[in-house]
Write a protein that binds this ligand. Structure first.
Ligand code: PLP
Length: 390
């Protein structure tokens, strides 16, 4: 694999070997297994004396191309691609943790990750202690002798808070913890946690990496020895990405930089528009000067991302009414799509939590999350405007 210095070039030119047909664009390798020349070739391949594809649960040219691109983007040493983001997260824990280990994590994590921490990992005697987004400076008080992993997301969902990667990377190093970052909201175009000491970086490729709401996928990249463990765990437990989804995702990465650039431009305009609106209490967007961690965001992110959170005056009812009056924006659980998506966590994704539990993760009754898409900015703002008016 040729390594390209510039992000955009690597995203486009990192390519699996051409076949005898000299195709320009990478074909789809829809095959479950691969053939060998003879008994010796097969023996040497299984013994890993040769780097050859054996079976698509282990590797496939399409998944390898996708992984190679993400590895280059994140500045990692290796990676493995998964069927979903959650498969990447669970398999990383499965590979790197043993019974009796302990995790320290920020309370604001993706919902299913929270369920892993609270419902499933405890079955294997793996406990998690949370710290709150605004209490990251007290993280040492929750680190224990058996803590193995420090796990975070930044920006967080749905509160769009920012955690200081440099500080947390230093804390992980000081306490000899594996620092694992879910970098899904930022994408490697905006933020590369490995620069700040992350050992493994995880993505749900379902979001901005695909960026067009078509396929599910996930990926974990990082240090060689850790990825080796994650690979061995996964080739035996079976969460591999399908060649077709890998083919779609590798194509998607070719336009990641230009898409994310535009997403961020639109999102900043939406944030600035909402900030001056009289029916809106607070707007959270990392690149607004009013954001509580604005300086940290500027330090570690290239742009502010595509998620804007805001607080409607009038609580739950106002939130529901706002959603009902949108004409163009989609009501959907996904994010990072070309289409602008609006959600109201208190009445939907987080409605089963008590109000106190919602507040723990920064979800007030009037909180609305917008995943700003790539439609013309005036159409996005007009839709928000008419729904706010109603
Ligand atoms: C969506 C998401 C996930 C889970 O990804 P899937 O591909 O849906 O399994 C994990 N982390 C974050 C931050 C997400 O937004």
């Amino acid at each position: 694999m040729t390594a390209y210095k510039n992000f955009e070039t690597g995203a486009i030119r990192t390519q699996t070997e051409r076949s005898q047909y000299s195709e320009h664009s990478t074909p789809l390798f829809a095959t479950s297994s691969f053939v060998f020349d003879d008994a010796e070739d097969m023996r040497a391949s299984f013994a890993e004396e040769k780097q050859k594809n054996l079976y698509s649960r282990f590797s496939n040219p399409n998944t390898t191309e996708f992984v190679d691109k993400v590895v280059a983007m994140e500045g990692a040493e290796g990676g493995y691609a998964f069927s979903t983001g959650m498969a990447a997260i669970f398999s990383t824990f499965g590979a790197l943790l043993s019974a009796g280990d302990h995790i320290v994590a920020c309370r604001s994590v993706f919902g299913s990750t929270h369920t892993l921490f609270t419902k499933y990992l405890p079955k294997w005697n793996i406990e998690t202690s949370y710290f709150k987004v605004d209490k990251a400076n007290q993280i040492e008080s929750v680190i224990q002798k058996n803590t193995k992993i420090l796990y975070i997301e930044t920006p967080t969902n749905p509160g769009v808070d920012i955690l200081d990667l440099e500080y947390l990377g230093a804390m992980a190093k000081k306490h000899n913890l594996l620092f694992i970052v879910d970098n899904c909201f930022a994408t490697p175009y905006l933020q590369q946690p490995i620069k700040f000491g992350a050992d493994v970086v995880i993505h749900s490729a379902t979001k901005l990496m695909d960026g067009q709401g078509r396929v599910l996928g996930g990926v974990a990249v990082g240090q060689k020895e850790l990825i080796r463990e994650i690979y061995l765990f996964s080739r035996n437990t079976g969460p591999a990405l399908s060649p077709f989804n890998a083919w779609v995702l590798s194509k998607s990465l070719e336009t990641l930089a230009i898409r994310v650039e535009k997403h961020c431009e639109n999102a900043l305009k939406v944030a600035e528009y909402l900030e001056q609106h009289q029916k809106v209490n607070v707007v959270k967007y990392p690149f607004l000067a009013s954001h509580p961690q604005y300086e940290v965001a500027k330090k570690q992110m290239k742009l502010g991302g595509n998620i804007v959170a805001f607080e409607l005056k009038g609580g739950i009812e106002a939130g529901r009414k706002f959603l009902n009056n949108l004409k163009m924006c989609s009501l959907s659980a996904n994010l990072g799509d070309t289409r602008t998506i609006v959600t109201h966590p208190a009445s939907t994704t987080h409605s089963k939590l008590s109000e106190a539990d919602r507040l723990e993760v920064g979800i007030t009754n009037g909180l609305v999350r917008v995943s700003v898409g790539l439609e013309h900015i005036s159409d996005i703002i007009n839709d928000l405007e008419s729904a706010l008016k109603a």
